[in-house]
Design a protein around this ligand. Structure first.
Ligand code: ZN
Length: 490
């Protein structure tokens, strides 16, 4: 190990420790912080952010990164991550970074109000401002390249939006056809009833334990929006409860447990280093999705969940485990991405991807966004958007400048499809184990094949290494077509 590398890594580790503290302040703000502390908290966060920015763009750090020449593969991966972050952070002018930090929370508040009022026009000035700032940032990072592709690298390093567009073009007709066939068939009965908060939270903890979440290095709390945060030995998740819709709580928990399992599963030797975390948003989402969907919404796992729910809540409104499985996987018409089932979810993403790419590239104007959204929604879903809160105002992402983030959700689904196909080939007993309430083979497979490596390999290499083949959308599409053909008698 060269001296310059050791110095750079020591610097990066300390920066990461401070970043973890910043993340924990964010967790605190959304869970237990007293409401009156808002203004003070934003000053605390801004002070910490200034320290982080100074450390990330420190000239000495840049010099160490220039001189570093490690030979160990893990150290070379750490250097790759440090150099990428350094290049990105030093290309963005300080004025622009400060302006983004100042405008983003204001824009988020404006979006919340506009969404409640159904007032797209009130949100447009903020959208234009955020879009302008992020386009400027994209151009600054891109060095003459495509600004949208440059922004995507923040979430999914190594992606090319033309490849994503081509993949989505292959997926879209098959998903639209599956969606039409499923909606043309009889809809199974939903699970109805009253499910007390205590029982839902008890069952959530059981589910999390069942899936290997380590409560000695994590905890579950309530928050408005479920999320996971932290890395290594402190990875926390949140969930939410609706007393008439227990699947909301249970499947949000499973989703966040997937994210948390990835962070908890990274090799302890990488803790707080640049590879001691999930490698990208898409690979992260593959973990949350495989826990939530391919495992959690399987016939085998729902058989276990059916009896666990019966123990907790008494007799259920559905007749048996088959009807329960159908209720879990019910496909209905809707507008909201976060509530979408496995069949329709990716169609929501494709719509957003095309629109945001056109916005960032200047091919679509913010003033025309609502009309473009409504036209495309009617095309893909077959019915019109009923109100802005169910349409162009439904997601927070654009309000806070997260252009380029949406495709990582669909990539996560695609990667989960690849991983599940490889897992099933390796674990012929998987269905029987899940049915008996044993998820350890599945979660152990994910840990051994993917989670423990953190960001050692680039995202696509991470999936390729875990599966033994390069990622493709085919396993996901085949899985969806088989699963829903059987469920809906297609
Ligand atoms: Zn997620």
């Amino acid at each position: 190990m060269s001296d310059a590398f050791e110095q750079a890594l020591a610097h990066a580790r300390q920066t990461e420790a401070l970043a973890q503290i910043s993340g924990r302040l964010g967790w605190d703000q959304q869970t237990v912080m007293p409401r009156g502390a808002n203004a003070q908290r934003s000053e605390e966060m801004a002070a910490l952010e200034a320290v982080l920015h100074a450390r990330r763009t420190d000239q000495r750090y840049g010099e160490w990164l220039d001189k570093a020449a490690p030979s160990d593969p893990a150290h070379r991966a750490m250097l790759r991550e440090m150099r990428r972050d350094w290049a990105r952070n030093t290309k963005v002018p300080a004025r622009l970074a400060a302006e983004l930090a100042r405008v983003t929370p204001l824009s988020q508040t404006a979006w919340e109000e506009a969404r409640l009022a159904g007032d797209v026009a009130a949100f447009l000035p903020w959208l234009k401002q955020m879009l302008g700032l992020r386009r400027e940032e994209g151009h600054a990072i891109a060095d003459g390249g495509d600004p949208y592709d440059a922004l995507m690298q923040d979430y999914e390093p190594g992606t090319d939006s033309d490849d994503i567009a081509a993949m989505f073009a292959r997926m879209r007709p098959r998903l639209v056809a599956l969606r039409e066939a499923v909606l043309g068939a009889d809809t199974p009965a939903p699970l109805t009833g009253h499910f007390a908060q205590d029982g839902q939270l008890r069952l959530s903890r059981r589910l999390a334990e069942h899936m290997g979440y380590d409560f000695t290095r994590g905890r579950i709390d309530l928050a408005v929006h479920p999320f996971s945060s932290g890395s290594g030995d402190d990875v926390r998740i949140t969930t939410r409860v609706a007393v008439d819709d227990p699947f909301n709580c249970l499947y949000s928990t499973l989703h966040e447990v997937g994210h948390a399992a990835y962070e908890q599963g990274v090799d302890a030797a990488y803790a707080l280093t640049p590879i001691g975390r999930g490698v990208s948003m898409g690979v992260h989402e593959s973990q949350s999705r495989i826990y939530e969907n391919q495992l959690g919404r399987s016939r085998a796992f729902t058989a276990w969940l059916y009896q666990a729910m019966g123990q907790e809540f008494g007799p259920l409104s559905v007749a048996d485990a088959d009807a329960f499985y159908a209720a879990v996987n019910r496909v209905t018409k809707g507008y909201i991405r976060t509530e979408a089932d496995e069949v329709q979810y990716n169609l929501h993403i494709m719509l957003r991807f095309d629109l945001e790419r056109a916005l960032v590239r200047g091919q679509l104007q913010a003033d025309d966004l609502e009309e473009a959204w409504n036209t495309r929604f009617a095309q893909d879903f077959g019915y019109p958007v009923d109100r802005p809160a169910d349409g162009v105002l439904q997601d927070v992402h654009w309000a806070v400048g997260l252009f380029g983030y949406f495709p990582t959700y669909a990539l996560g689904n695609v990667y989960a499809g690849c991983l599940f196909a490889a897992m099933q080939a390796d674990l012929p007993q998987l269905q029987g184990q899940l049915e008996a309430g044993d998820s350890s083979a599945a979660t152990g497979w994910l840990r051994a094949r993917l989670q423990r490596f953190g960001a050692l390999r680039e995202p696509v290499e991470t999936i390729t290494h875990a599966c033994g083949t390069a990622p493709s959308e085919e396993p996901l599409l085949a899985y969806l077509e088989q699963k829903f053909a059987a469920l809906y008698d297609l």
